[in-house]
Design a protein around this ligand. Structure first.
Ligand code: SAM
Length: 215
């Protein structure tokens, strides 16, 4: 298993400036991708006005921009990718959101201690980047004051096959980053054990999209 430091370096290489620019152009043209749009739909059922959001692995920031447009309060983006962070920070600046946004580079389990506990934490397509899902999910459940919304891969044979192709790709590229398909059952058990109940569930192949609220 790769260490978190190797993993973050690999994520920074893979989710680079070029990928960020491509995704940002796509976002401007078509809006959030399907799984992200479903997280937005689920969060729209909650009251986000004046609330705070920590978006883990926020990418180009689609969730944060929606949140701020809805009257959300402060947002913090913690990402292992300098390319994504730069793109998101530029977008925030261009929209006059400098005072409402923060951008931190690194591993979220390291950086949580530097951030005030938010009302909401989002992790859109991030758990599949992370080797130790129990650690990241437990820390996230403890950190959030109210809501955790996330998308993560289904754990059937198609996802496992895609993961193996991903492994091969990153091995050939000599990149320590690896994709992961974690047990759906175990992911849900972590939320239950931390005192959360699922309040929304959607599928957007190959992703489960779920929102959990503290009991
Ligand atoms: C597949 S991308 C998803 C980006 C965005 N959430 C979206 O759905 O478009 C995964 C993101 O998670 C970030 N990431 C991976 N491991 C991370 C970690 N340990 N801490 C913070 N961010 C991480 C990557 O840098 C990348 O931005």
């Amino acid at each position: 298993m790769t260490t978190i430091q190797e993993h973050c370096c690999g994520a920074d290489l893979f989710f680079n400036k070029k990928t960020a620019a491509k995704e940002y152009r796509k976002y401007l043209k078509k809006g959030p991708v399907k799984a992200t749009a479903k997280i937005i739909q689920q969060l729209a059922a909650q009251n986000v006005t004046g609330k705070s959001l920590v978006d883990i692995g926020g990418g180009i920031g689609a969730l944060q921009w929606w949140f701020l447009q809805q009257g959300g309060g402060q947002t913090t983006d913690i990402d292992a990718s300098s390319g994504y962070l730069k793109k998101a920070e530029t977008h925030a600046h261009d929209n006059g959101w400098q005072d409402k946004t923060s951008f931190l580079m690194g591993d979220c389990t390291d950086l949580y201690q530097n951030v005030e506990d938010p009302h909401i934490i989002t992790m859109d397509k991030v758990v599949c980047c992370y080797p130790n899902f129990k650690e990241i999910l437990s820390a996230t459940c403890e950190k959030s004051k109210e809501i955790v919304s996330l998308s993560y891969p289904m754990d059937g044979i198609i996802s496992q096959a895609l993961r193996k192709i991903g492994d091969l790709y990153f091995m050939i590229k000599k990149n320590p980053y690896r994709p992961y398909v974690h047990s759906v059952k175990e992911i849900r058990e972590i939320f239950a054990s931390k005192g959360y109940q699922r309040v929304a569930h959607d599928l957007s192949f190959p992703w489960h999209v779920e929102t959990y609220a503290r009991n």
